[in-house]
Design a protein around this ligand. Structure first.
Ligand code: GLU
Length: 283
């Protein structure tokens, strides 16, 4: 018997949802419902500086307004920190993670001083300053209580994992190229995990078979695929969808001040019509 399809919507409660979120949630929901599968809601609230409880309530209200329901109580990443810590411990034990004491300024100075700083999808890559520290230096600085993040030694990790592929519904078979992100952060100075580690651990722990999310996270999947290999986790199917854009072709985003679902509702929008519009086939 084929495994039951499980999809999820995983918003970060840093603001109210806009139409693009609604679109993404609906795609994940429809995929599960069409396959008689399960649809999960996961609140990605690991960033204490940006996440707010009132936005969690707002997200739940917005999704319910669109007519979505989920098959298990929502899961909160802030309540699952031991799971991420255990995954990080495994990467540390395998010698694949190192402490990084750098401040943003220190990194920026190093990048500015380099003639050809390599860039990834999200900007300049971490220049590897703390990768070059000795074990003794690391131990001394940790013992002295110096604040630090943990980074993945991507070159070492890739060498250990060997060649990897993953499948995307639109792109087909994709060869993973995690090194384009450099030594990503696994645990932040101000949060005991990072998006990449938490999302990978949770999709596996929740049995997610199908990850539906925007094309903006396509490149992140390269590193999620590597973490899956290192942690011995199953590999879901991926469905990265095109992002909704406004009349000027700009992608919808909180930052761009795109109208929220809440403001549309307050303005008298009809949820049924909106959902029908979002469900119209598009490339
Ligand atoms: N929490 C992420 C966001 O709101 C999405 C994570 C994912 O779908 O993998 O952008």
């Amino acid at each position: 018997m084929a495994k039951m399809l499980i999809s999820r919507f995983a918003p970060s409660p840093t603001g109210r949802l806009h139409l693009g979120h609604g679109f993404s949630a609906l795609r994940a929901y429809d995929l599960a419902r069409a396959a008689d599968g399960r649809f999960l809601l996961r609140i990605e609230d690991i960033d204490p500086a940006r996440c707010r409880p009132e936005h969690v309530a707002g997200i739940i209200e917005d999704l319910a307004w669109l007519g979505l329901d989920w098959d298990e109580p929502p899961v909160f990443q802030s309540q699952r920190l031991p799971l991420y810590a255990a995954a990080l411990d495994r990467l540390k034990a395998a010698g694949l993670a190192y402490p990084c004491f750098c401040t943003r300024t220190r990194i920026a100075v190093e990048i500015a001083a380099s003639a050809a700083a390599p860039h990834g999808p999200d900007g300049p890559l971490y220049p590897g300053i703390c990768r070059r520290l000795s074990d003794a230096d690391r131990a001394a600085r940790i013992a002295a209580g110096e604040a630090h993040a943990w980074r993945l030694d991507v070159e070492k990790a890739e060498a250990l994992a060997g060649p990897l592929t993953w499948h995307d519904a639109r792109a087909g078979a994709v060869t993973a190229i995690p090194a384009i992100h450099g030594d990503i952060v696994l645990a932040r100075k101000d949060a005991p995990t990072s998006y990449h580690l938490a999302v990978t651990v949770d999709d596996a722990a929740q049995g997610v078979t199908d990850v539906v999310r925007g094309q903006d996270l396509f490149a992140a999947t390269h590193v999620h695929r590597l973490l899956q290999a290192l942690l011995g986790l199953p590999v879901p199917r991926y469905h990265h969808h095109a992002l909704l854009t406004d009349d000027r072709g700009e992608r919808l985003a909180k930052r761009a001040g795109s109208p929220t679902l809440a403001s549309m509702r307050a303005g008298g929008a009809d949820a049924g019509k909106l959902v029908a519009q979002l469900r119209k086939p598009r490339p």
